[in-house]
Ligand binder design. Structure first.
Ligand code: DLL
Length: 447
């Protein structure tokens, strides 16, 4: 089932928010990208990190003659952002910052992302593009079940929906029963959350004795975590909706980097604002189109915190063929993996090192642990097996139970997720000679 055009005040382009920008011919798009890239190189010279690197390589706007010159620019990594904590990457005076979001880091300390007023306007427009492409109309009511807060999902989509002119219900994440009640009371047409939460809502409806297909929602906009075509079929079937995928990351802007059109043959990258490369993560050379590689993103128009060649660690494939929908932009496949060990648990980014930090805060634990992730039904479940010191291993169930609860609380504090903790006798967790493998991810999240 594909999204059907609706009658709206934008009747001439019912499935395209900004026809001029979104269907710009390739040549004109590349000319615009080049102009913006030159401007970016001039602007980021205000950031000491880039100023130093550019100076070392004698790079300036004069070095950019074609888009291929992008490859002369240095990369930016999450570690670089961390080293400049909290706002060392700011490219505008602090007084021009209009909002700050954050993304989880390996140490529990967020990396901050700043926006000017202009960035916020751009962001809502980019979200409006994929929302309209996926079926949202001004007469619709959209329910946002992403968290509102430092996470970019809630606020990003919220303002995108407002930009489209639809009504927004900012329910925020969690409380499934309430989500369902609100959805039924207010007749929400669209649901915005992680794909796994969409399935939880379907489960929740059944638990309440309701038929999930009879819920009012008709459109689902899902992102923030990896999912598969099988999962899409499952969601569409269980909820009787059209589900589209959208991708983004806080360091770059949040949701709005790319999203699907009704053809649903990959996510259109908003190339007038982001230059996306797909590189071999080892050699950092481009991979041929259609081959998996790490996405590296340059923000062409972000003002407060522009990024030059940001290494996303996300693995995906690029497709340059024009799309049936009329857009000429590059499309990216689903994200099929990461080059680092970051896990996304129910939409929350978690690094194994955070779990380790939590364990080590509790006296009596050892650094021998195993994180098991599974998706037995529709939701991710995490079990952390941890060895405890021999002197603490006890026959007293109540003591062991209390210890489990303490560890679980620490994990919640440091990593923001709920985990089942299993205490294991000393020497019962496998030891490694080389690189320790501390994560067993049993979810099948590839295409
Ligand atoms: O998750 C931004 C977002 C919110 C996107 C809501 C879409 C919807 P972060 O918390 O910084 O930002 O996490 C970014 O999440 O590098 C990917 O690994 C993963 N990710 C985001 N969208 C998708 C998707 C937001 N559609 C990290 N498919 C990224 C697969 C996704 N992975």
């Amino acid at each position: 089932m594909l999204a059907q055009p609706h009658q709206t005040h934008r009747q001439q382009d019912p499935l395209i928010w900004d026809r001029e920008a979104e269907t710009r011919p390739r040549e004109a798009l590349e000319a615009l990208q080049l102009e913006r890239l030159r401007d970016l190189v001039a602007r980021v010279a205000r950031v000491p990190f880039y100023r130093d690197r550019f100076a070392r390589q004698a790079i300036g706007p004069h070095s950019i003659h074609s888009l291929a010159d992008l490859r002369r620019l240095p990369f930016t990594t999450k570690d670089d952002l961390r080293a400049q904590h909290p706002l060392g990457f700011l490219a505008v005076p602090r007084g021009q910052v209009a909002r700050i979001h954050g993304s989880s880091g390996t140490t529990g300390r967020p990396t901050f992302v700043a926006y000017t007023k202009g960035d916020l306007a751009l962001w809502s427009n980019l979200c409006a593009r994929f929302l309209v492409a996926g079926g949202l109309r001004p007469e619709h009511t959209a329910q946002v079940a992403f968290g509102y807060g430092l996470f970019t999902g809630g606020f990003g989509l919220h303002y995108g929906i407002e930009r489209v002119g639809a009504a927004v219900i900012p329910v925020s994440a969690g409380n499934t029963r309430r989500q369902i009640e609100i959805m039924r009371d207010l007749g929400s047409d669209a649901l915005i959350c992680t794909p796994s939460y969409a399935l939880t809502i379907a489960d929740g409806a059944r638990e309440l004795g309701l038929d999930p297909r009879a819920l009012p929602i008709r459109y689902g906009f899902f992102g923030g975590e990896p999912w598969t075509e099988d999962m899409r079929r499952e969601i569409e079937d269980q909820l009787d909706i059209v589900a589209t995928n959208n991708y983004g990351l806080s360091e770059v802007i949040g949701p709005g980097v790319s999203g699907e059109c009704p053809a649903r043959a990959g996510m259109h990258i908003q190339e007038d604002h982001f230059l996306v490369e797909c590189l071999d993560p080892e050699t950092l050379e481009p991979v041929p189109d259609g081959e998996p590689g790490e996405l590296v993103i340059t923000t062409l128009t972000r003002e407060a915190m522009p990024m030059v060649r940001y290494r996303t660690r996300d693995i995906a494939r690029l497709d340059r063929a024009p799309c049936a929908c009329g857009r000429q932009t590059l499309r990216m496949s689903r994200v099929t993996g990461r080059t680092d060990d970051m896990l996304i648990i129910r939409g929350v980014n978690v690094f194994p090192s955070q779990i380790e930090e939590a364990l080590l805060r509790v006296e009596g634990t050892t650094p021998h642990y195993l994180i098991e992730v599974a998706r037995p039904g529709t939701l991710d479940e995490v079990h952390v097996k941890v060895e405890i010191r021999p002197e603490l291993f006890s026959d007293r169930m109540d003591r062991m139970q209390a210890l489990c609860e303490r560890i679980s609380r620490e994990i919640q504090t440091v990593a923001g997720i709920r985990a089942h903790v299993d205490l294991v006798e000393p020497q019962h967790i496998e030891r490694f000679v080389g690189k320790a493998k501390r994560v067993h991810d049993r979810r099948n999240l590839t295409d």
